[in-house]
Design a protein around this ligand. Structure first.
Ligand SMILES: Nc1ncnc2c1ncn2[C@@H]1O[C@H](COP(=O)(O)OP(=O)(O)OP(=O)(O)O)[C@@H](O)[C@H]1O
Length: 249
């Protein structure tokens, strides 16, 4: 088997007496969607924050593309190709859709924002941004103010921002949140195709989306991975049913 693109090894993080991430070992392989599910407070956001660099683990390590990145700041991980999405507030609502993609790419490439004006005339950057917008189907909206986009389109724009960095892996935090059933269905179809660009570590509460998309699922309960397996394995797991899925499975 080829090496995983992204892996955590025995990752642990406590807040005072509370262990939010408890010895978490999981990996993300090329071409897959690996979903992380678990009840509220299970530690999913804490796990993602450590993977992306917002929180430093107490113990354990994170490897990205075979390199130990545990102590690296977020921007270096992003520059190395770790594409995080769905921080909606990161979008500049008054800027155009195209500018947002260019801005995002520029920031993650580590170029200071005071050079934004010249950068907006940078043909290579513009081409990359246009290609990312085309990939998510937002070409026609490129000149719109971001504030005019629908909720679902903003999700697509977040993906375009991440795509413009030509990521080697995506980390997605509840992409379906706030979308209606039609919006979720559309985004599910899109994410399904996106795994060909880069594998996706997907934290998501929407079980329809998870069961439709995931190649593997890890179930987090009280900070611990209690099971990792295929959709069928997770559905059949008594431990998961008892701890989490209840009557849903
Ligand atoms: N900065 C913090 N300080 C103290 N406790 C925290 C902090 N961040 C998270 N926690 C606690 O750690 C636990 C895990 O929280 P986390 O947000 O990671 O869970 P989650 O699985 O993402 O939950 P949800 O599904 O509701 O988003 C919770 O008990 C939470 O209250």
């Amino acid at each position: 088997m080829t090496d995983p693109v992204l892996a955590t090894h025995n990752l642990s993080k406590s807040f005072g007496a509370l262990t939010a991430t408890d010895d978490v070992t999981l990996d993300l392989r090329a071409g897959e969607i690996h979903a992380v599910i678990g009840p509220n407070g299970a530690g999913k956001s804490t796990l993602i924050a450590q993977i992306c660099g917002g929180l430093t683990p107490d113990r354990g390590r994170i490897e990205f593309l075979g390199r130990d990145v545990t102590q690296e700041p977020t921007r270096l991980r992003a520059r190395a190709g770790l594409g995080r999405t769905f921080q909606i507030s990161a979008l500049a609502m008054e800027d155009s859709v195209l500018q947002n993609v260019m801005l995002g790419a520029l920031g993650a490439m580590g170029r200071p924002w005071q050079f934004l004006r010249p950068a907006l005339k940078d043909d290579a950057l513009r081409d990359r941004a246009e290609a990312a917008l085309a990939r998510v189907g937002l070409t026609d909206a490129r000149a719109k103010r971001t504030a005019e986009l629908s909720h679902g389109q903003r999700r697509q724009l977040e993906v375009a921002v991440a795509l413009s960095l030509q990521p080697k892996a995506f980390v997605m935090d509840e992409p379906m949140a706030g979308l209606g059933s039609e919006g979720s269905k559309q985004l599910t179809g899109f994410l399904d195709s996106l795994r060909a660009d880069a594998p996706i570590l997907l934290v998501e509460h929407d079980m329809d989306a998870v069961f439709a998309l995931a190649d593997r699922i890890s179930v987090l309960v009280y900070g611990k991975v209690i099971e990792t397996g295929t959709v069928a394995e997770i559905r059949a797991s008594k431990a998961v049913r008892d701890a989490y899925l209840g009557g849903e499975a």
